[in-house]
Design a binder for this molecule. Sequence first.
Ligand SMILES: [Zn+2]
Length: 131
Amino acid sequence: MSDRSIEYLVKCSDAMGIEEKFLFHQHTIPSSLCRQITQSTAQEKTQVSALMLDLIKTHHNEVFQSRPWSCVECNRPAITLIHNAMSYLHLDKSQIIDFATPCCANKLCDTQIRANFTQLMALVGVQNAML
Ligand SMILES: [Zn+2]
């Protein structure tokens, strides 16, 4: 089974409208996973989710520490990023796109950000992983 290189793109924007992009090219995955998620087996979907979580964990600190972020809901200093990665592995250019959202320590902000993501996910209908 051959491996294929993929692109991991993190888009992070905060309440001030600042958006930064982080692009990572060093990752490869089995090419068998690079297909339409609706045609994938349950096991392959699980593998894709695990892969996305792995990418998120690997690059989280780098993205979070790149600059001071402020919470998108309340504008206070963010203490973490909520990641929402989506699989576009089936495209010619295999990509994982991760929308990272700065969040403060407030539980209400956390809940609101996740609810927004869930709504968005219902619309686009691609495999995703949230952390
Ligand atoms: Zn907040």
